[in-house]
Design a protein around this ligand. Structure first.
Ligand SMILES: Cc1cc2nc3c(=O)[nH]c(=O)nc-3n(C[C@H](O)[C@H](O)[C@H](O)COP(=O)(O)OP(=O)(O)OC[C@H]3O[C@@H](n4cnc5c(N)ncnc54)[C@H](O)[C@@H]3O)c2cc1C
Length: 376
């Protein structure tokens, strides 16, 4: 077995692993990044919808990745009540190019990239088996996605997950984003994509997601893709010399389930925390508490909204849409792709109370979830 040595061993060459590898290599650390696949960014599965804040927090952004702009959005309730927002909201980027270029940038900063190199387990507290090598590390980062093997081997619980499926369609891309609520917080969407559009659906793996995608568009498909998303954010991101980042840590926006913003932000916070070159466990504690300080309100409130929606019947969701329609101007002003709870916080208190008491039992469950998350 080949023996290697590194300061930071990063498992996973997705956007979170490569962004972190780039930042750490730039700080002068010896970084090794191991990816199990032979090609970065492929096969990709993401919709590539990035809000303007997410774009500004990427470690690097290239206009060449942009496939389309999203200048309006329409949200449709289960029985057809629609809310419309007209303003620049997001860009659709080619995730394949974004992930590949970010990996290349990490390597050009001096990180060692190992392709076709799956993490297989720990040989000791500071040594891991990767492919056919044993790698000694000062710290190991699990950036290995929703089904993270790293998190499992440090004894963390498996994250519940959802499935996203997308049909690639022919036709004119346009510049709008349409979301149709199917049930609770589960939805299907239509978006611009390269030389056409994508119809996507997101839900429980047991749901008939492919069928859902036909409820938003009956255009002919020219291909399919899919991927898993964590259904929950972990409360803890580290144990001993190991930390988690990105989907492995469940760093996903609870309502839309976009992960790129929170993963990029995590990479920056983690890199800044270790830049002080103190004890690694202390640095990881700082990373976790700072990430929660910045994102906690959005995660906890967003998760509670999701629990609430999941308990509502379709007709109650229609009612919520009718209530929000009374404030469509406010919706247009306050809605942000990257801060999805901002709208709720901008609503008058009476309206929030009206929304929350639409279903008392669901409201109580959402509040219980909020408390559980805060005190854990
Ligand atoms: C259908 C769908 C649509 C989405 N749309 C959006 C969107 O529009 N906007 C948005 O912001 N987010 C979106 N997301 C979420 C986003 O794609 C993820 O949050 C983001 O890609 C997470 O990046 P990551 O690097 O943490 O994980 P990943 O991209 O999953 O990368 C993990 C990497 O680790 C590798 N790996 C796994 N196990 C091992 C191992 N044992 N050894 C070595 N390597 C390993 C994998 O091969 C992979 O390359 C979507 C997700 C899905 C499924």
């Amino acid at each position: 077995m080949k023996k290697l040595k590194t300061d930071f061993l990063i498992i996973g060459g997705g956007i979170s692993g490569s962004s972190l590898a780039y930042l750490l290599a730039k700080l002068g650390f010896d970084v090794t990044i191991a990816e199990k696949k032979s090609k970065i960014g492929y096969p990709h599965h993401c919709s590539g919808i990035l809000g303007l804040e997410a774009i500004s927090e990427l470690v690097h952004f290239d206009e060449d990745w942009v496939l389309s702009e999203i200048n309006w959005a329409r949200f449709i309730s289960p029985r057809g009540i629609s809310l419309e927002i007209r303003k620049p909201l997001a860009k659709v980027v080619d995730r394949e190019s974004m992930d590949r270029d970010t990996w290349e940038m990490a390597l050009s900063e001096g990180a060692k990239g190992l392709l076709s190199s799956p993490f297989k387990g720990f040989l000791s507290r500071d040594e891991a088996r990767v492919g056919r090598s044993s790698i000694h590390f000062e710290a190991l980062i699990g950036a290995d996605g929703t089904l993270s093997k790293v998190s499992e081997l440090i004894g963390f619980e498996k994250l519940p997950f959802e499935l996203g499926i997308q049909r690639l369609l022919r036709g004119r891309p346009g510049n709008g984003y349409i979301v149709k609520i199917i049930r609770g917080s589960k939805f299907t969407w239509l978006q611009p994509w390269r030389e056409g559009r994508k119809a996507g659906a997101l839900g429980d793996p047991k749901d008939n997601l492919l069928l859902w995608t036909y409820s938003i568009s009956d255009e002919r498909s020219r291909g399919y893709e899919g991927g898993l998303l964590p259904a929950k954010t972990r409360r803890r991101f580290h144990k001993g010399k190991v930390a988690l980042i990105g989907d492995a840590a469940g760093q996903i926006k609870p309502i839309s389930r976009g992960g790129v913003l929170l993963a990029s932000r995590a990479a920056r916070i983690l890199a800044e925390s270790v830049s002080r070159r103190e004890d690694i466990e202390r640095a990881f504690r700082r990373y976790e508490s700072k990430w929660w300080r910045i994102n906690g309100r959005e995660i906890i409130l967003g998760r509670s909204i999701r629990i609430y929606l999941d308990l509502l019947s379709p007709s109650k969701i229609d009612k919520i849409f009718s209530l929000l329609k009374e404030d469509e101007d406010l919706l247009e002003r306050e809605f942000e792709v990257d801060r999805q709870t901002a709208l709720l916080l901008a609503l008058p208190a009476v309206k929030i109370l009206k929304l929350a008491t639409e279903d008392i039992a669901a409201g109580a469950s959402a509040i219980a979830e909020m408390i559980k998350y805060i005190v854990r």
